[in-house]
Structures are given as C-alpha cells and as structure tokens.
Design a protein around this ligand. Sequence first.
Ligand SMILES: CC(C)(COP(=O)(O)OP(=O)(O)OC[C@H]1O[C@@H](n2cnc3c(N)ncnc32)[C@H](O)[C@@H]1OP(=O)(O)O)[C@@H](O)C(=O)NCCC(=O)NCCS
Length: 159
Amino acid sequence: MPAVISAFDPEVTPLCNSDQAAISSHFLRLGAKARRARFGNAVSREFVKRYAERILQMDGAVYGVFVAGELRALAELRELPDERPMVAEAAFSVEPDWQGRGLGNTLMAHIVVSARNRGIKSLNMMCLRDNRRMRRLASKHQGLMEFTSNEVVTSLDLS
Ligand SMILES: CC(C)(COP(=O)(O)OP(=O)(O)OC[C@H]1O[C@@H](n2cnc3c(N)ncnc32)[C@H](O)[C@@H]1OP(=O)(O)O)[C@@H](O)C(=O)NCCC(=O)NCCS
C-alpha cells in the first residue's frame, strides 16, 4: 500500500524528454489488468515499453502526476489530424495502488481545460465496458456514450 500522504493535493505537470525514464517506469508498473484497461486489449510489458519510449514523439500533449518524486498517473491528449472542427482523443493511466484516490479526476479536469485551450471542440475517450471508474469520469463531464459489445466510446462536446 502507498504511504498515507496528508492533504493529498495532486499537481498535474506537462511531461517532457527529461521525464522519459519516469514515463517508462510508470507504464511498466501498471500490471496486466491496468494495461488491458488502458489499451483495450491484453498487451505485453514489451508492448507498453515500446509505447512509452515513443509517447513524447507523437503529436499532442502528455501530462503526469508525481507523488513523492515518482510518476504515478499520466494522461495523453492527441489531436486527430485534418479534423475540422478540431477533434482529439484522451487516454489515462493511474497505477493500481493509486487508483480510486482522485488522480483520474484531477487529470481529466486538466485534459478538458488543455483541450479547450487548444481549440478542440470534441474530445473522445475509449474504455472497456467494465471500466466503472473511467465511465464515471466521462459521465461527470456530460460525455455522450456509445456502447459496442465490449467498449464504450465517450465524446465530450467542448464547443
Ligand atoms: C480509469 C482511471 C483513469 C480512473 O482514475 P482513478 O484515479 O482511479 O479514479 P478517481 O479516483 O479519480 O475516481 C473517478 C471516479 O470513479 C469513482 N470510483 C472510484 N472507484 C470506483 C469503483 N470501484 N466503481 C465505480 N466508481 C468508482 C470515484 O468515486 C470517482 O467518481 P466521483 O468523483 O464522482 O467520486 C484509472 O483507474 C486507471 O488508470 N485505470 C487503468 C487504465 C484505464 O482504465 N484507463 C482508462 C482508459 S484510457
């Protein structure tokens, strides 16, 4: 269990090249269940390692929450090319020991502000149907949900 931190007030910070090692370590700490929830499939540690290594080279923004110097949660904002009005996708990863402690809420609020500041009009998120925390986050922001057999695609109208 993580140490109890009094007055837990997570701060979101943009991640850059100097955070690369912390990003890789974060993804490798997710574990099989969180990896599946994040990527929508059972993916290997090798897959997430490669993903983490190129995350800062992809277009968009990456934000994180450090707790006591360790990156415990991360959010990605990816603009879809050639879409007008502008559309983006968001994805989140909170390490298992840190889930259910408000980090997802904090990152979601930050991503929505960041997307609005970039002129994005529609923000899409995808999760598995059994992902109650992610569905709760999306519904709190009045997301329009579409259900497939095993996924939920949520679209937030930011216009
Ligand atoms: C989904 C995820 C981002 C949510 O972040 P989190 O820090 O665990 O969630 P929070 O603590 O901010 O809680 C979010 C909401 O879910 C609620 N919640 C917490 N545990 C819950 C549970 N077991 N069932 C239902 N809702 C729950 C919280 O109460 C909160 O709602 P509220 O603000 O109305 O109280 C995080 O769990 C995660 O990274 N999971 C693995 C990867 C993943 O699923 N990514 C999403 C797809 S990209």
